[in-house]
Design a protein. Structure first.
Length: 245
């Protein structure tokens, strides 16, 4: 088992498509009519040309059928559920990026402070939505959903140290867990770094959530020729995304 570096690795490394260049091309220059099968009267007369054409179109039909049978096995109900949780995550991610959430407000005693109740609620809503997406993505058979989920969870791991500083821990199953006490003591600048601005953690998660929502609405999502995602979705939930070579 080797770690997945790029989902293009799912492309089929074994290209068995026959080479029909001799059928339609010139084999020995314009002066040689014998090098072109189409111009070879003997091959037409003895049936060789017809057999080659039949083999060619048979191959094309086989490829078409193979592509059709490789469509995602996700049911409409599962895709609908996946879209719902992905949409919830995008909304929660965008809520964390709102400027008003991170502005000081006047308190009852006339001083100014951050609205920690609102911040805590927004973070908990985000974590709950994030965990729902990880759970549902682990049940999916759709390539694009799995790809985005892997990218999202890998990005979360890269932000793991900063997340831990504000009381959000990445568990072994790729889900998040909030330490309420640590969150209350978190440095406001660390929180802003994670959840505000372009290319922040919340911004990247929002983008992936949007992509998963879009993929969930595309029932024509397909595997690559050699893609077997049963291993991927199992390892996604276990926190180890690998490819069987």
């Amino acid at each position: 088992m080797s770690e997945i570096k790029n989902f293009s690795d799912y492309s089929n490394p074994y290209d068995t498509t026959p080479d029909y260049s001799l059928l339609f091309g010139s084999g020995g220059g314009s002066s040689s009519s014998s090098g072109n099968i189409l111009g070879d009267y003997v091959s037409i007369q003895n049936g060789s040309y017809k057999k080659l054409l039949k083999a060619y179109y048979s191959q094309k039909d086989s490829e078409k059928n193979s592509s059709s049978s490789s469509a995602s096995k996700d049911t409409p109900q599962r895709l609908s559920l996946m879209k719902g949780v992905a949409d919830d995550l995008k909304v929660a991610s965008d809520a964390l990026q709102k400027k008003s959430l991170w502005e000081k407000k006047k308190t009852k005693d006339g001083t100014e402070d951050y609205d920690w109740d609102a911040i805590t609620k927004a973070v908990n809503t985000f974590v709950s939505a994030y965990n729902s997406v990880v759970e549902q993505a682990g049940k999916s058979d759709t390539k694009d959903i799995l790809r985005d989920a892997v990218w999202m969870t890998n990005g979360t791991k890269k932000s793991g140290a900063l997340l831990a500083k504000v009381g959000i821990n990445v568990k072994g199953d790729n889900k998040l867990e909030v330490d309420a006490d640590e969150l209350k003591k978190a440095d406001i600048n660390a929180l802003k770094t994670l959840f505000t601005g372009h290319n922040s953690f919340a911004n990247r998660v929002s983008q992936k959530a949007g992509s998963m929502s879009k993929a969930s609405g595309n029932t024509n999502s397909t595997y690559t020729k050699s893609g077997n995602y049963s291993n991927v979705l199992a390892d996604l939930v276990a926190g180890k995304v690998n490819e069987e070579v």
